[in-house]
Design a binder for this molecule. Structure first.
Ligand code: KG4
Ligand code: ZN
Length: 336
């Protein structure tokens, strides 16, 4: 492997949901730039992401985000080794903006194009910071669109132990925040409100038996809805704390089940919900009880960004797993 292959410069482009993001990475861990423009304000009044608005905003913003990323990185475009882009899963129109931009860029620079799975990119955010992280490990991937418990043996061998049967954990945070009139995205606002409340309301923990690694959050959301109808006087902060505790309990109990049944020594957290401090504390406790190594990305790298896409791109670059210019969006792309 020559010097260039050991330290390739990869541009990572992410537009699968409501963040327009470009990151530039050298080698495995040197973040040259990481520009993320969130569309939160555009979607807040609807209480969730509106796909058509997301695509339009990406189309409006991607060029400026890219220019800023190149400026911050202080690189010459000739130094770029490849262009990586999220190909799925995500919103089809939103994905297509990033993919079209990436194709044009790769073509103009005459560099390889690399399609990246967004879920793998979330997991790879950990490899940006932890040199000692080596497979196999257990992954709890919790985002706005996904809740998956995985056994990561290698990028080509990811075993899905369980996943949500309905809403994703982040989606539940977003929906309940809307019920509570707290705004969007729900995770950070519920976490903030919960700090001032007490978890006094006993909301359900679904699928709590040991026969499955699957999750379910729609019953929890419905029970918050009914509870609020019956108790309009309830303190918002207490409801937020009780809901958060129910989600965290559910995630922790399945993670613990997987630790006991699969016997892995390392646990990795990934995705937007991994930013949640209550979840992090509980995972830390679990890891001390079982004597395990625990890894979670710094908060800004938990939510969507381009640098995690670049990091996943590095692996594919080394294996020369390139895409051609026919690359299209795969809105329902899975891990395995
Ligand atoms: O990974 P991400 O940026 O996008 C997807 O790929 O879905 O995750 C966004 C999700 C949103 O549902 C948001 O409410 C949730 O992550 N989230 C959080 C926190 N920060 C973001 N959930 C709980 N606590 C947080 N601090
Ligand atoms: Zn994501």
């Amino acid at each position: 492997m020559n010097q260039l292959d050991s330290f390739p410069v990869i541009i990572g482009i992410e537009t699968s949901c409501d963040e327009t993001a470009v990151g530039i990475l050298r080698g495995d861990r040197e973040i040259l730039s990481n520009v993320v423009v969130s569309q939160v304000l555009e979607h807040t009044k609807y209480g969730g992401v509106v796909p058509e608005i997301a695509s339009r905003q990406h189309a409006r913003t991607i060029d400026v985000v890219f220019q800023k990323a190149v400026e911050d990185a202080q690189i010459d475009l000739e130094d770029v080794s490849a262009v990586a882009v999220t190909e799925g899963p995500g919103l089809v129109g939103a994905l297509l903006v990033g993919i079209s931009f990436a194709k044009a860029l790769a073509y103009a620079l005459d560099k390889p194009l690399i399609g990246v799975n967004h879920l793998l990119a979330h997991i790879y955010a950990n490899f940006l910071v932890f040199e000692d992280l080596i497979p196999p490990f257990l992954v709890l991937l919790v985002s706005g669109g996904h809740t998956e418990l995985l056994e990561f043996r290698s990028a080509d061998e990811v075993i899905v132990l369980g996943r949500t049967r309905d809403d994703a954990a982040g989606e539940a945070f977003d929906k309940v925040a809307r019920l509570l009139g707290l705004g969007y995205p729900g995770g950070p606002v519920i976490e903030e409100a919960a700090k001032r409340g007490r978890a006094v309301h006993p909301f359900p923990r679904s699928l709590s038996d040991e026969s499955t690694f699957d999750f379910s959050f729609s019953g929890l959301k419905t029970s918050v809805l009914y509870f609020l109808r019956e108790h309009p006087e309830a303190k918002v902060e207490d409801v937020a704390a009780s809901f958060q505790e129910a989600v965290v309990d559910t995630l922790i109990s399945k993670l613990e089940l997987a630790i006991r049944k699969r016997g892995l020594q390392r646990i990795v957290l990934a995705g937007g919900v991994a930013a949640n401090q209550t979840l992090r504390k509980r995972v830390n406790k679990l890891s001390s009880r079982y004597g395990l190594q625990i890894y979670f990305p710094p908060v800004p790298l938990c939510t969507d960004n381009g640098i995690m896409v670049a990091r996943a791109g590095v692996e594919k670059y080394r294996k020369k797993e390139f895409s051609n210019l026919n690359l299209s969006a795969s809105p329902a792309l899975l891990l395995s």
